[in-house]
Design a protein around this ligand. Structure first.
Ligand SMILES: [Zn+2]
Length: 346
């Protein structure tokens, strides 16, 4: 992802602007016809959130992060990303999910590169789709070894575990055996989120990044399928031991409300603070620009002290900075947000 420069230089002004945008975005959200605008009142079911448990296993998610780190640096087009992808596909198929590779080639600052998005489908009662996504490539660096434990690894590990839990819900032996979810879910693992050049804006007229998500949106548009996608939830950099995920101001506010509201009710207001943050750009943006409601769940305070981000895109982004507990919090919050999100899609 890329942070807007305004937020780096003028933190206080940035917060004020973000707060303003935040307020405006609520109004803008009212133009989206597929979403109910009535505020959701607290029901007894919602009050029970705190006692709810999910089958999300933080240790399993952590082991997926460890496996990716052990593949070494895996930028788009590298031999190591093939291994990473094979691992992801093997896991998804093991959960009984129909899994496809969506291949495409793009010109990059390093020549033509073949990319592959991985898409696993969990069919629901409706063919309308909710996407939960992560990127699985790591940023290429020549100067040092970059394994991307948090940036690429953590969200991919958590997404695999979310997919396992959701696939298992309808399996024989489970109390919900044979029961489908209301919507079809796509678990999407994007290739090529990271820029090949150092900065996102440096090469290809500012288009040297988010190759996988931009391709997917264009393909769905061409196939007239984009209208079926009712919501997109992006996870990025969510494994930090010191988990802090502020409300992303550019995201669709009804999705932000659903996720941060659930986090608060689960007792995770500390990890999901009620303050705005603007990510600038990430894999959710191509969806937002195409009119699909989307949210970025991202912890951009990944560093040596609270509020710092000095581990990001450095050799410090290693497994010891990641915790199963943080992955579990993310998994629980996302899984328990889904019923609320589903009720707000018409
Ligand atoms: Zn990155």
């Amino acid at each position: 992802m890329r942070l807007r420069i305004a937020d780096c230089g003028l933190r206080i002004a940035g917060l004020l602007i973000a707060a303003f945008l935040f307020a405006c975005a609520d109004g803008a959200g009212s133009s989206k016809p597929s979403v109910e605008n009535t505020p959701v009142l607290k029901t007894d079911a919602e009050k029970e959130d705190k006692t709810k448990k999910t089958a999300f296993d933080g240790e399993r998610a952590f082991n997926h992060v460890k496996a990716q780190v052990e593949f070494g640096p895996h930028p788009a087009g590298s031999p190591a990303i093939e291994k990473t992808r094979e691992y992801i596909v093997r896991e998804l198929k093991g959960y009984g999910l129909k899994t496809t590779l969506d291949e495409f080639a793009e010109n990059t600052p390093r020549g033509k590169i073949k990319f592959k998005n991985v898409i696993a489908e969990l069919p629901g009662e409706s063919p309308d789709v909710v996407i939960i996504a992560s990127h699985y490539d790591t940023k290429p660096f020549k100067e040092f070894t970059f394994v991307g434990a948090n940036d690429g690894g953590s969200s991919t590990g958590a997404l695999l575990e979310i997919a396992r839990v959701m696939a298992a819900e309808s399996q024989p032996g489970n109390q919900d055996a044979g029961r489908k979810r209301k919507f079809t879910y796509w678990f999407v693992f994007f290739d090529g989120e990271e820029a090949f050049c150092h900065e996102w804006s440096e090469c290809l007229n500012g288009n040297d990044h988010t190759y996988g998500s931009r391709y997917m949106v264009e393909r769905l548009k061409k196939e007239k399928q984009l209208g079926s996608v009712k919501a997109m939830i992006l996870l990025d950099m969510i494994g930090d031991r010191d988990l802090t995920v502020p409300r992303e101001g550019g995201s669709s506010q009804w999705l932000v409300e659903a996720i941060w509201g659930t986090a608060g009710r689960l007792g995770h207001a500390k990890e999901f603070p009620d303050r705005p943050f603007e990510v600038g750009d990430d894999d959710h943006m191509p969806f937002l620009r195409a009119g699909v409601p989307a949210v970025d769940v991202i912890d951009f305070e990944y560093g040596s002290s609270p509020g710092e981000n000095d581990y990001w895109h450095t050799k410090e982004d290693t497994l010891d900075k990641i915790s199963p507990r943080s992955l579990k919090i993310i998994g629980d919050v996302i899984l328990l947000s889904l019923p609320r999100i589903e009720t707000q899609i018409r």
